[in-house]
Design a protein around this ligand. Structure first.
Ligand code: 8LH
Length: 466
């Protein structure tokens, strides 16, 4: 086995490197090596990252001292699985007592190059500090993943996501710049911007496009309303992150049909930037591969945080292998997925999430003993004839009973919807195994997402979040 390319910690990549233009891989060795050999190298790296975090942050030192473990103890993955997970609540607490970045900032504040954060709509915001060297490494990591998606130097990359605190847009932009692409940082969210995006896409005809899946569907609707066929944009690759969608079969199909481009799912969490470390490739376009030499991804039992066997479902737990500013070591995602290890058509020897990330544990609707994933409703409705493209799920308690109301748009006139309502309602009920009150509303009457969609309104007191 040849040596792993640029495998050193702290990482510094050659900023002029580009792969052989005919190679599907950026780093052929790291991407296609025997997974057992890669895992052995990762285990050494995990110890190095832990040594670094232990010696540079009170947060990790206190946490691991309390758990009675030292970085030097991490001589096996079984030992690593004993490392307590980091939660978002702990980070919020750390930032409250050590503003603004918390005591898990492992570099000097003068090294901080970008500050991003959570929107703070559901509580105190969290700040993400990204070091100067980390930013460069992130760009390199994600340029490598874009290469895997089939994006090439000289391609125009249209970034249609919020340019603000959100890291998705910036991460896509810096990666495309490193790949020597032309970036069009269009953004999203301002009034009238979607119609302008249609004009720009039709004029510039970019090769690649980045957004949330909901936003791509919204864009297709706006284009169609303006009598422009989104296929005329000539897009080759559309890559998505931020929410489930690109791996939800009917959503993926709707995007592919509208735009005629390859749909790629990617994305972990903003804290985990390079967030594209879970990503499909041009040769393995379905699901997401876990690029284990960039970020160590575990799929774990949500109670014990021990990894579950391949083939099983669990919650992703992430560890940075190359970050030095705010390295996350066993960050609990609270999401749900299933992982497998099989031969990937693209030749990369990474594990895979065949159905992507289905959703967040706390977005799953628990109703009368059943668990309902909002994505199941989305996937079903998109296959129904006369569905108008948007819906809402309301869960409320009436007396002692929980009730689920699905309100979906319908393209038929008001007087002609009884069969649509009857068959869609009963179809949903048998799919989900719970009673559903189904209502239709006019097409285009529900709000469209400019960013991530929020379709569930849970009015029950006991599930309300702070
Ligand atoms: C996803 C996915 C996906 C994210 N499939 N669910 O966009 C990537 C980063 C920048 C991001 O969105 O970070 P943020 O705002 O911290 O949100 C992370 C959550 O978003 C994550 O825990 C998931 O619930 C969701 N998510 N990408 C399904 N491809």
């Amino acid at each position: 086995m040849a040596a792993m390319e640029e495998w050193a910690f702290p990482t510094r990549y050659d900023q002029d490197y580009l792969p052989d233009p005919d190679s599907p891989y950026w780093f052929p060795v790291r991407e296609t090596m025997d997974p057992a050999e890669r895992d052995a190298a990762v285990l050494v790296r995990l110890r190095e990252v832990m040594e670094y975090a232990y010696s540079t942050s009170d947060f990790y030192k206190t946490k691991w001292d309390a758990a009675g473990l030292k970085p030097a103890d991490i001589t096996s993955f079984e030992a690593f699985e004993q490392v307590p997970v980091v939660t978002k609540a702990e980070m919020r607490e750390s930032q409250a007592t050590h503003p603004p970045f918390g005591d898990y900032l492992c570099c000097d504040e003068s090294e901080v190059h970008h500050i991003h954060g959570t929107s703070g709509t559901t509580g105190a915001p969290t700040a993400f500090a990204l070091g100067r060297r980390d930013w460069e490494v992130i760009a390199d990591n994600q340029a490598r993943i874009l290469w895997g998606m089939g994006v090439r130097p000289g391609d125009t990359v249209f970034v249609a996501a919020l340019f603000s605190l959100y890291l998705g847009s910036w991460g896509a932009m810096t990666a495309a710049e490193r790949l020597r692409c032309r970036v069009l940082p269009f953004g999203a969210g301002a009034q009238g911007m979607t119609a302008r995006a249609v004009t720009w896409l039709a004029r510039v005809k970019p090769a690649a496009f980045y957004a949330t899946p909901s936003y791509a569907l919204r864009l297709a609707e706006v284009a169609e309303a303006e009598k422009i066929d989104p296929r005329e944009f000539g897009l080759k690759v559309m890559f998505f992150s931020g929410e489930p969608g690109a791996s939800v079969p009917s959503v993926r199909q709707a995007i592919e049909d509208s735009f005629g481009a390859t749909v790629i799912d990617c994305g972990t969490m903003a804290e985990m930037t390079p967030f594209m470390s879970a990503s499909a490739t041009a040769g393995t376009p379905d699901g997401m591969l876990l690029w284990q030499d960039i970020v160590w991804h575990e799929v774990c039992d949500p109670d014990s945080f021990r990894t579950v066997p391949y083939g099983s479902e669990g919650t992703p737990v992430y560890t940075h292998l190359e970050r030095t500013s705010q390295p996350m070591i066993r960050l609990a995602s609270n999401d749900l997925t299933r992982w497998v290890m099989e031969d990937n058509p693209c030749g990369r020897t990474y594990p895979k999430l065949p159905e992507g990330v289905y959703g967040r544990i706390d977005d799953m609707i628990h109703i009368r003993g059943e668990n309902v994933y909002p994505t199941e409703v989305d996937n079903y409705l998109r296959q129904v004839e006369h569905y108008g493209g948007e819906h809402q799920i309301v869960v409320r308690r009436t007396g002692s009973m929980d009730e689920m109301i699905v309100r979906a748009e319908c393209t038929l006139p008001d007087g002609e919807r009884s069969e649509f309502e009857r068959s869609t309602g009963s179809g949903l009920q048998s799919l989900l195994g719970v009673r559903v009150t189904f209502e239709s509303v006019d097409a285009r009457s529900l709000e469209r997402a400019e960013h991530k969609s929020r379709r569930v309104v849970d009015e029950r007191e006991h599930t309300k979040r702070g």
